[in-house]
Design a protein around this ligand. Structure first.
Ligand code: NAD
Length: 499
């Protein structure tokens, strides 16, 4: 076994070379091997990174849009050329299979492509002669230093939801990635430098709560984009807002897929397996609850179990369908729900603890798991498990299924499978979730729309990327102007009227 390497911060355009201090372990989840130790930034280092980001912002915000956009285009080209390298880093530290890791990078790339259109997106409005010989125009300006705090499950895509747009809008960014898989975001930062981004405009500090707490309280951090579990998202939102920042904090999920009796059951079975077990269920848009309207549940469950038998779980570099979970602790926590589900009375149709895994070493594996006859009171239903565990809840009608979904405290994504356009339209209108799929199980919006959930899946009022992202990373200013005109003037203390 080779010695773990050191992973450090990326500050002022280069890897930080100070002493390590506190560190956290980074694993290859497919082998169980500890491959690296990542530095955890102390408060002073985070403060220094913010200060030098602020200094770099002063020049970056004044750079012409034409020059800013050249950096964005260059980054886009570099990322496209190196996307396999970034994907390999993700597989090595997160565990997701190579094709899935490449898909993640590609979806992040699409946000960079959207950000390349920033000159058009930042165009203000202009009204000539709004009052007599008086003109009004609006502009959107950068905020200053913004913080991005990201989770382990999309180490490249989630930072890319925010970083390209925040930079395109003229801000400086301090990124605090997940300490579990920090190499991909660091590689992205190096690509930004290669693309011509001035040093300091993007800082990457690795760390944990200590680093996050500095970002939430620092007076020079003007906005915080956070993605992670609901309890931390709520804390980040409340703390950041109490310190005067605008915050978008995207939290956890429990996504339901409603299957009506008229649905194409083969399509629904494929979708349930793909969306339930892709990335080992470690996706905030994974389907974790299948709500089946009777009388088709037996038939659908049979088709799902048949497909599950064909899945190969193992090392993400070997062409398997599903990789390991991110850490041993997380794997054990997910596995604990199997006993809890059985104890609560659910029927365990496929037990992910059984069966061989295509890998060497002692990886953090759990194969696809299926529970039937799940009741909404059971922990397998109420908790966000964040693993390859799919629960089937049987209901008698569309109304019962909809009521179940709407009563759930999360509202990230949801989907309906049906051939009935009227039922689908009704669902789209009535369901309480931010992202809805119609015969599409993982309805992640394209980059020029915005990504975000409702209820406990998002705190704050701005979703990620798309036009909402541009608004989040800028503030509006309206200018009312009149040029010297000898025909106007004189004293008038009344409120300005337009005539
Ligand atoms: P997490 O909440 O444990 O960590 C997220 C970030 O917060 C990390 O950078 C972490 O270092 C930091 N953090 C952890 N504990 C903290 C604390 N006590 N104080 C301050 N900061 C802290 O989440 P995770 O396990 O990395 O990611 C999985 C979670 O993220 C799941 O709940 C998943 O649903 C959610 N997620 C949501 C979305 C979405 O769009 N809604 C997208 C991806 C992931």
């Amino acid at each position: 076994m080779s010695a773990p390497t050191r992973i450090t911060h990326f500050v002022d355009g280069r890897p930080w070379d100070g002493p390590a201090g506190r560190t956290a372990p980074v694993y290859n989840p497919a082998t169980g091997e500890r491959t690296a130790a990542v530095d955890l930034a102390p408060a002073e280092l985070v403060g220094a990174a913010v200060a030098s980001a602020k200094a770099a912002w002063a020049e970056w915000r004044d750079l012409s849009l034409a020059k800013r956009v050249r950096v964005l285009f260059a980054f886009r080209e570099l990322l496209d050329a190196r996307k396999e390298e970034i994907a390999a880093l993700i597989t090595a530290e997160h565990g997701k299979v190579a094709s899935d890791a490449l898909g993640e990078v590609t979806r992040g790339l699409e946000v960079a492509e959207f950000a390349c259109g920033i000159p058009h997106l930042l165009k203000g409005g202009y009204s000539e002669n709004a009052s007599t010989r008086l003109d009004v125009h609006s502009v959107r300006q950068s905020l200053g230093v913004v913080a991005v705090i990201s989770p382990f499950n999309f180490p490249a895509m989630v930072p890319m939801w925010f970083v390209p747009l925040a930079l395109a809008c003229g801000n400086a960014v301090v990124l605090k990635p997940s300490e579990k898989d920090p190499s991909a975001p660091l590689a992205l930062a190096a690509l930004w430098k290669e693309a011509g981004l001035p040093d300091g405009v993007l800082q990457v500090v690795n760390g944990d709560k200590e680093a996050v707490d500095v970002l939430l309280r620092h007076e020079d951090v003007k906005a915080v984009s956070f993605v992670g579990s609901t309890p931390i998202a709520r804390y980040v939102y409340e703390t950041g807002a109490a310190h005067g920042k605008r915050v978008q904090a995207l939290g956890g999920a429990k996504n339901h897929m409603l299957v009506l009796p008229d649905a194409d059951l083969d399509l629904a079975a494929d979708a349930a397996v793909n969306a339930g077990f892709g990335s080992a269920g470690e996706r905030c848009m994974a389907i974790s609850v299948l709500v089946v309207v009777e009388p088709v549940a037996d038939e659908l469950v049979a088709r799902i179990t048949e497909r599950m038998r064909a899945l190969r779980t193992g090392d993400g570099t070997r062409g398997c369908d599903m990789g390991p979970l991110v850490t041993r602790a997380h794997r054990d926590k997910v596995a604990s729900y199997l006993d809890a589900g059985v104890k609560a009375g659910a029927v365990l149709l496929a037990d992910g603890r059984e069966g061989g895994f295509d890998a060497d070493g002692d990886g953090f594996f759990l194969a696809p798991t299926l529970f039937d006859h799940v009741d909404p009171g059971m922990p397998v239903y109420t908790d966000e498990i964040f693993g390859p565990v799919l629960s089937v809840v049987r209901v008698a009608s569309y109304e019962e299924g909809l009521a179940l979904i709407n009563a759930n405290p999360y509202g990230n994504g949801t989907a309906i499978f049906t051939h009935d356009g009227g039922a689908a339209r009704r669902f789209e209108n009535e369901v309480e979730a931010g992202m809805v799929g119609i015969n599409v199980p993982v309805p992640v919006p394209v980059s020029y729309f915005s990504f975000g959930g409702w209820k406990n899946s998002l705190f704050g009022d701005s979703h990620a990327h798309g036009v909402e992202g541009v608004h989040f990373f800028t503030r509006g200013k309206v200018v009312t102007s009149r040029w010297p005109d000898p025909g106007h003037g004189g004293l008038d203390l009344g409120f300005p009227r337009n005539d």
